[in-house]
Design a protein around this ligand. Structure first.
Ligand code: DAV
Length: 369
């Protein structure tokens, strides 16, 4: 008997399909900043923070972010959505959850953070969308706001999975963590107790995926992903000069095949597998010192989003980046985003490219690093 719901293979395209950071963008999730709240004080939250932000986080733990900052960021998100739609991209949004509601698991309780950065919590690899095992207790339900979308994608043919739900017990954290002194090796706040990772510690180049260990991503998590993805993909783990690593997308950002944007402070040497690629050094960020930035450095200026191999969304006031992109042959599309940057991300963090037109390919030379 023939299955009655047989779909011809040529039209059975998954609504989730994205293999790299530059193929033509067709559908994207854009985060929502409403309801954003400071997480409860915890060593895992403090460790990756720039020095001058720790006290602010302690003082405001568990409270909403300032309403005026949220309003300004929301306005910029609307501008961003409008620009994306004007460029022909389908935009979908999460359903924000109440971040102030307390929840817990054996041994701990917490409140939430925000639904502003889909890039952190969900990883799209090809036709699969993976819920990440997030290391922060304040992000334990970090994918909840996206569940309506995930269900819909699944119903329409996507592969939907979740990494093992972490327990986030005290054993996951190094409570003796202290700021490394000058010259000391980087010390990370999470242990190898169980697999954890944020999607934003991975960046996709087709069959090759570049990853970093960080204050939220451990070896155990990277190994889980490696085995989960299987032989079709190769995960390469690089270490950069970043004393507070959390998320790779203000460090190592492909713009198009053969074109890589790197953080000049953090990437002194280009891995050999990028032989033949054009390597561009990100211009110094120009965000003024008195502009509040939570959970990020000023290098968030590198966190740009390619709509295809030419069009790149970039912060409107970041004239050095706009000029540099033009010089390198791209078409920058400016959008106000500095107030959104305050929340710790920019265009790459605020989005998740659900579908790009393209297929699985190799872009890097086959050399061991
Ligand atoms: O300065 O590398 C990037 C944070 C993106 N969520 C940085 C922070």
């Amino acid at each position: 008997m023939k299955p009655s719901t047989a779909i011809a293979p040529e039209i059975a395209r998954s609504p989730v399909s994205s293999y790299n950071e530059w193929d033509l963008l067709e559908e994207v999730i854009v985060g929502v900043v409403d309801g954003a709240s400071f997480p409860p004080a915890h060593i895992a939250v403090e460790a990756p923070l720039p020095d001058n932000q720790r006290q602010i986080f302690r003082d405001n733990a568990g409270k909403p972010f300032p309403a005026e900052q949220i309003a300004l960021a929301r306005q910029e998100l609307e501008e961003f959505v409008h620009i994306l739609q004007g460029e022909g991209v389908t935009v979908v949004r999460p359903t924000p959850i109440n971040q102030l509601e307390e929840y817990g698991a054996p041994g701990w309780t917490s409140t939430g953070l925000y639904d502003a950065m889909p890039r952190d919590v969900l990883l799209v690899i090809g036709e699969e969308i993976i819920e990440c095992p997030l290391a922060w207790r304040s992000r334990y339900f970090g994918t909840a706001a996206f569940k309506p979308l995930l269900k819909e994608y699944f119903k329409n043919g996507a592969k939907w999975s979740a990494a093992p739900k972490p327990e986030l017990k005290d054993e996951l954290y190094d409570y003796n963590w202290a700021e490394p002194k000058n010259g000391d090796p980087v010390s990370l706040v999470i242990t190898e107790f169980e697999p954890t990772f944020d999607a934003a510690d991975f960046i996709r180049f087709g069959r090759d995926i570049v990853a970093q260990k960080s204050n939220v991503t451990n070896d155990f998590g990277i190994e889980w992903l490696r085995r989960h993805l299987g032989d079709q993909y190769r995960i390469h783990v690089f270490e950069f000069n970043d004393s507070h690593p959390m998320h790779i997308d203000a460090t190592f950002v492909p713009l198009a095949p053969g074109k890589l944007l790197v953080n000049p402070e953090r990437v002194p040497e280009i891995p050999r597998m990028f032989k033949g690629w054009d390597v561009f050094h990100a211009p110094e960020p120009i965000i003024p010192d008195d502009h509040t930035l939570y959970m990020t450095s000023k290098w968030i200026n590198m966190n740009i989003l390619s709509l295809d191999e030419k069009r790149i969304v970039v912060e409107r006031q970041d004239e050095p980046m706009i000029a540099a992109l033009k010089k390198w042959g791209f078409n920058p599309i400016p959008c106000n985003f500095r107030n959104f940057n305050t929340f710790g991300g920019s265009f790459h963090c605020a989005t998740l490219d659900v579908r790009r037109r393209g297929k699985l390919e190799s872009y890097l030379t086959d050399e061991t690093n």
